[in-house]
Design a protein around this ligand. Structure first.
Ligand code: ADP
Ligand code: MG
Length: 695
């Protein structure tokens, strides 16, 4: 029998109606799907508790005894049934708010039952609310009882956890003992993994905690293994298919700039990543590389040098930024650097005037424009290049995968693509969602940077903050003050921001205070921003529009208001706006007094470390991968049932290594011994989330 095809509706007691509900609600069709529905928890049924033993730390437990009386309390909605239950020594109340007449009919007085549930502590006494009751029987499960997630609809159709347990048991009974393996023998041996047959039994009906752990390890590994098979095989296919433009030269543009105009010596890390990028660009296949580097690590210079390689080989290059402010700043910075070079550069954003667009389009099409810097506006169809050879995307997390794909379509052959991100991506995500990209890391900051000092202040210490800001202003520094702005409460947030602006103006009347927020017209925003960049304004009050990329080296203080409302990644990004010059920089996190435990933890991490990778890992732990931004979640080839990206990094790395080895020997998995891998891949893809999104 083929378990992958065997329809669940033929299981004893299941029938077509319930099967259909399982199809729809839980995506369970075959016996194998059913078996792949793993418990979320287990109840220890290996022993009975005495009522007197119950203490607050009990989770689910079982007690054996009899009901001695039923009474009711309350009226109407508050009416409840109380079954007084004894284990022969003491008594406890079993309380039912619903199904009272059912309970009265189903259970008899003075009959032996096993009560099963989580004790509830209220007003100094323990009780059970809606516990399960069962007659003791021979067949009863001993040991660990599995619990399964079910939906409301499933529950209403007798597909509650217990029923699933029964069906899964019946399905497991049909497993042949020589069940074909789903992992290669070499891998099982190398990683000391439990055979599939045992793992499936033990995950549902563990005989001991030790065996359960082994089963989990095996299944977790398997899941991550297939994630890697999916990603790495796809990446391999793409590489073999996507021909790119070979750029064999370093080129004159690069050499001239490097020897005459480079304003500082590159860091070792910058040199290293440029070498890696150059290696890709020389080849005939398209580059798809992710450049990771913490805020301030100098990605822009890497971008410029990379673009000069493309230009030196006779191609055009394009740099995309997620916001207009950032695009403008890149454009201005790069034009200044290139001012004595025979390289042309232009800016294209949503607010580029119509009359300026025409010549720009023409220059792009006749090839006289070498470098285009811009926002999403560049993606519009009427923007056509003569020969776009390289596209660089800055701060990728704002830029969907779909847009990445759009850039490719600009040419017959896709240009080389370099994605730059300052948000450090936890290693596990780099190996999964971005697993198809090659990764370069700038793991070194330019010399002379002093680590930013970060402080957390409660609202009642604002006087200290003001004194501190005054000192910094006296030393000639500039200051950012950032307010949160989220959609739901936009109006009151805007009020906070404006009130903050006014009070800064009043308190620091000796200097100019500028303000930017997302509701302003682009031109207005730009003008305010420019006042700060030029140094005319000494304080900038802003929303998170400045989060990404802005570079004002003289700014040395970042004050974040209502810091409790920001996530870790965002706090780190914001902090990265300072510490860009040679002066000691500071970040001050202002919060109210009452904070949740998680928030406290976030603030603590911020004050402890400047290391973006540590922060990213902590962030993922605190939020859980389920909460990661949409692109990342939907970027997985299929949903994880048992593995967890935030905890299973080590296993993921092992799986990745093993898969790489297999693919190295057989890139397309075409050999007979790897046929099983392909069929598993197909099986798993049936609950795929957006596999097509991974480019
Ligand atoms: P990010 O990686 O956050 O985009 P930037 O490219 O904006 O960082 O660089 C941050 C600052 O560091 C800029 O002022 C830039 O000129 C400067 N910088 C970059 N590389 C070096 C270097 N090798 N030596 C000194 N300063 C550098
Ligand atoms: Mg940047």
């Amino acid at each position: 029998m083929n378990l992958y095809k065997a329809d669940i509706k033929y299981l004893p007691g299941m029938g077509p109606k319930r099967a259909e509900i399982l199809n729809k609600e839980a995506n369970i069709y075959s016996l194998y799907d059913l078996i792949q529905t793993f418990p979320y928890r287990y109840i220890d049924r290996s022993r009975f508790y005495k009522i007197a033993e119950i203490s607050s730390n009990n989770t689910h437990i079982q007690i054996r005894g009899k009901i001695v009386a039923f009474t009711t309390k309350g009226e109407g909605r508050a009416k409840r049934l109380i079954a007084h239950f004894t284990d022969g020594f003491s008594q406890i109340e079993l309380i039912f708010f619903k199904g009272i007449s059912f309970v009265l009919k189903a259970y008899q007085l003075n009959t032996e039952y096993i009560v099963f549930g989580k004790p509830n502590y209220f007003n100094g006494v323990y009780s059970f609310v809606h516990p399960e009751l069962e007659k003791p029987s021979q067949e009863r499960m001993q040991g660990f009882m599995p619990l399964y997630h079910t939906s409301e609809k499933m529950k209403n159709n007798f597909l509650h956890s217990k029923a699933l347990q029964k069906y899964i048991y019946l399905a497991l009974k049909q497993l042949p003992t020589d069940l074909p393996e789903t992992l290669p023998q070499s891998v099982l041996k190398k990683r000391h993994l439990m055979p599939l047959y045992d793992a499936l039994w033990q995950i549902h009906f563990p005989q001991s905690l030790f065996l359960l752990e082994q089963a989990r390890e095996r299944l977790r590994y398997e899941e991550l293994f297939y994630i890697q098979v999916a990603i790495l095989r796809q990446a391999g296919l793409m590489r073999s298919k996507q021909r790119g433009y070979a750029m064999p030269l370093v080129g004159d543009a690069f050499h001239t700039f490097y020897n005459q105009y480079l304003p500082f010596a590159l860091t070792g890390a910058q040199k290293k990543v440029i070498k890696e990028i150059r290696g890709d660009m020389m080849r005939q296949t398209q580059m798809n590389r992710l450049l990771q580097g913490d805020v301030g690590s100098g990605k822009t210079m890497v971008a410029l040098l990379t673009m000069l390689i493309a230009v030196g080989n006779g191609y055009q290059a394009c740099l995309l930024a997620p916001t207009e402010i950032l695009a403008t700043q890149h454009y201005e910075g790069l034009s200044a650097l290139l001012k004595d070079m025979p390289v042309t550069i232009k800016l294209l954003t949503g607010s580029t005037k119509k009359k300026d667009r025409k010549p720009l389009h023409e220059a792009l099409q006749d090839g006289s424009l070498h470098i285009l810097v811009g926002t999403h506006a560049v993606l519009e169809d009427e923007v056509q290049f003569a020969n776009l050879g390289l596209a660089i995307i800055d701060e990728q997390h704002r830029f969907g995968v779909a847009q990445r794909a759009k850039m490719w379509a600009k040419n017959q052959r896709p240009p080389h693509v370099l994605v730059m991100t300052a948000t450090p991506i936890p290693r596990t995500l780099a190996m999964t969602v971005y697993g198809d990209l090659d990764v370069s890391v700038i793991d070194e900051l330019p010399p002379g940077r002093k680590p930013i000092q970060t402080y957390h202040l409660y609202e009642n210490k604002r006087a200290n903050l003001i004194r501190f800001v005054r000192e910094q202003l006296a030393q000639g520094r500039q200051i950012y003050v950032v307010y949160p702005l989220i959609k739901e409460s936009e109006k009151s947030d805007l009020k906070d921001l404006e009130a903050g602006f006014e009070s800064m103006q009043k308190i620091f009347s000796e200097v100019v205070v500028a303000m930017v927020h997302g509701k302003m017209k682009p031109a207005e925003k730009d003008a305010e921003m420019q006042r700060f960049i030029s140094g005319e304004a000494r304080i900038l009050v802003a929303t998170t529009v400045i989060e990404v990329g802005v570079n004002v080296p003289n700014a040395s203080v970042m004050i974040i208001e209502n810091a409790e409302r920001f996530g870790l990644a965002q706090l780190h990004q914001l902090r990265g706006r300072v510490g860009r010059g040679a002066d000691q920089s500071y970040c001050v996190l202002m919060t109210k007094y009452e904070l949740s435990a998680d928030t406290r933890k976030r603030l603590e991490i911020m004050t402890e470390t400047n290391d973006g990778f540590r922060i990213a890992e902590a962030d993922m732990k605190l939020r859980g991968p389920g909460d990661m931004d949409g692109t990342m979640q939907s970027g997985l080839p299929f949903t994880l049932r048992i593995a967890n990206l935030s905890n299973d990094g080590v296993v993921l790395q092992q799986a990745r290594t093993d898969v790489q080895e297999i693919l190295q020997a057989d890139p397309l998995l075409a050999s007979p011994q790897n046929e099983m891998l392909l069929s598993q891949l197909r099986y798993r893809a049936h609950d795929a989330v957006n596999w097509s999104l991974i480019s």
